[in-house]
Write a protein that binds this ligand. Structure first.
Ligand code: GMT
Length: 374
């Protein structure tokens, strides 16, 4: 084992894959003996309290009468520089380019020669949406080039990045990982709490942002609802009131269960039978991987990096984007066939363990750190 490192992780605290990944990476690095400093506005939602060697360093946005909205980036840059100097940080790892890679770059200017190297991990919308916006383009191009290393969570995101920016920098693909937590409540207990019996249960866990296209999810579910008795559980990592009228519009109130603010997802995956996603883009789709690790096959659109996670017909079904009839048919197929669910779910779990386990992926990040420190 190489030298133990002091790593500053920058991430969004809100519900979303980039924050989840960064936080879990922090926990795993700490398990290996490294010191981790998570710099964010508030503790990320999956950060565990009192975790040995994981320190939370708050960065406070500034409200000032002359500012139209609070300034987040400049106080963050200042905080990164302080933390780097105070704790002798070896590597700054920015998850999600805006504003984190930009703030890390400003911090490096503040620190000067003693500044630690910057590793930037791109997660998806930071490139696919923000990267395409003229307001960020030049800055993004600059901070990506200025990072000592850039990583992407899928080959698809790498190609999207290279198509948008003229980068001399090489991009490494390091996929996401997921390790389940111990299930606390049994499948039966969860099902009783949801007031359901043993009917097939599809699960969708997300922050319900527009990109998740919950409208298409409901349309797909509704299209074959007469063919099976399955239910759909939506774990909302954001205010679900926006989607409730839509559920009514599709006459699905007795078939769709929505729960807000679920942070411990494992019990719900363990009580479910397959995952369903209908996003218009996903660089990876951590939710599908979370389900796979619990032995759940998936149904989703064939977009972005999802085909790198899901083997179509083997561990899940991929259908063309916006084809809600095919989405519904795939849902019905899994809902009606317990043996198929079991067979595909078993393969999905094996694939998750083989390709997307913490041990392999955390080692790849450590190799990236060592590379920039060499
Ligand atoms: O919506 C989210 O979950 C946040 C979002 C993002 O842009 O940060 O997640 C992205 O990062 C996750 C972790 O790498 C990926 O699993 C998601 O696919 C990706 N989301 C998109 O690309 C839309």
């Amino acid at each position: 084992m190489g030298k133990l490192l002091r790593v500053a992780l920058l991430c969004h605290p809100t519900v979303g894959g980039s924050g989840i990944l960064a936080t879990e990476l922090g926990h795993r690095l700490a398990d290996l003996g490294h010191e981790v400093f998570i710099i964010s506005e508030r503790p990320p939602f999956r950060m565990q309290d009192d975790y040995p060697r994981v320190h939370f360093c708050e960065s406070t946005p500034v409200e000032f009468p002359l500012f139209k909205s609070p300034d987040h980036t400049l106080p963050l840059a200042t905080r990164i520089a302080e933390v780097c100097s105070q704790y002798e940080i070896d590597v700054v790892h920015a998850h999600y380019a805006i504003p984190h890679a930009a703030a890390a770059w400003i911090a490096r200017e503040l620190i000067g020669l003693a500044a630690p190297p910057i590793v930037t991990t791109l997660h998806g919308t930071d490139i696919v949406y923000l990267g395409a916006m003229p307001e960020y383009r030049l800055l993004l191009q600059h901070v990506l080039e200025a990072s000592d290393k850039v990583t992407c969570v899928s080959e698809n995101l790498k190609q999207r990045t290279l198509a948008l920016f003229e980068l001399k920098k090489k991009i490494d693909v390091i996929p996401n990982f997921f390790e389940p937590k111990t299930v606390v409540r049994s499948r039966e207990q969860i099902r009783v709490s949801l007031d359901i019996g043993d009917e097939p249960l599809a699960i969708h866990a997300s922050n319900l942002r527009l990109i998740k296209r919950v409208d298409l999810l409901l349309a797909g579910f509704q299209s074959t609802v007469a063919e099976h008795d399955g239910k759909l559980l939506i774990l909302a990592g954001a205010d679900s009131s926006r989607i409730l009228p839509e559920i009514e519009r599709y006459s699905l109130t007795d078939r769709v269960i929505v729960i807000d603010d679920v942070y411990e997802v494992d019990d719900y995956y363990a009580a479910s039978d397959f995952t369903v996603y209908s996003s218009e883009y996903e660089s990876f789709c951590l939710g599908i991987l979370e389900g796979m690790r619990h032995g759940l096959p998936s149904v989703s659109f064939d977009v972005g990096g999802i085909p790198e996670v899901v083997e179509d017909g083997e561990t899940g079904f991929l259908v063309p984007f916006e084809d809600t009839d095919r989405l519904g048919q795939a849902i019905a197929r899994l809902a009606q066939d317990g043996f198929l669910r079991y067979r595909m779910g078993d393969r999905a779990k094996r694939r998750a363990v083989e390709m997307f386990s913490a041990s392999t992926v955390v080692e790849s990040y450590l190799a990236a750190y060592r590379d920039v420190l060499a």
